[in-house]
Write a new protein. Sequence first.
Length: 309
Amino acid sequence: MLTNLFSKSKPIGYVVIGLLLLAVYFIHLVSNLDWLQSPAVIIEKSFLFIAVVFSVLLIQFITVKNYLAVNNLYSLFLYACFLILFPTFFDDSELIIANLFVLLALRRIISLQTLNQPKIKIFDASLWIFLATLFESWTILYFLMIYLAIIWYIKKDYRHWIIPVIALLTVTILFYTYSLFYDIDLVAFWTNKYAVGFNFSYFESVYQNIAISFFASVAVLFTVYQLTHLKSIASNQLNLYKNIVLCFIIGVVIYCIAPQKSNGLLVFTFFPLSIIGGNFIANTPTKWVKEAVLATILGVSLLLFLLKL
């Protein structure tokens, strides 16, 4: 059933995923009704859900536009399941915004392979990443992807190497102006932002531990599949998939070194993992195996979400 529903890019598939996310988000919110006491918070929660939905649709846009999947919704489905598996993400407004900015940056980085308007794409990607660092500092690591993309596609033009610096100056000037109005100590702001921590004893319930263990198992399965199939990828797409794997590694590093940990921090691994997982499912020849993988991921995600309420 799930295979038939998401094997083609049909409107009904989008509707099902949208309704599923809306139901999960609403159930998660009503588990604690404190936010209803403030109209401002109600508006904030509404806009945050719109940002989450936009990020999910952005996943599908990147996937289709760059031929990372062929006319299916597997990646979109997996991304939604990962969000359900770690609902603490919905409570962190800064993480939601940072993730959206990172996805906007990745959209431009991945599209560099077309060599169409590379300077604009590099500037846009750099700008989005710098904006993301204001909310989650260690997203600065995604700059590695920008410079690797320059090396892979357009390294001969020296001007491409200084464009990220121009984007940095742009964001710096804007943020400095903002800090003057709101009396922000820039030194203290950035010093606190770039702390490192390796304390993983943040779990509030056994279900959070189970969720991350299940996610790790799925991540290992999908990543091993992708690494063992790199040689079978067409040469003109090889660097693209290397970028996807690198994106996943950066997401793991952010989770490992961030001082304030939560399962929601794993959101930076969801995009690359959903792409890899979508290809794994699409290329699996046996239908019952596809169905089993989709049903297991959805079932476990929903079960753990409900148990954590």
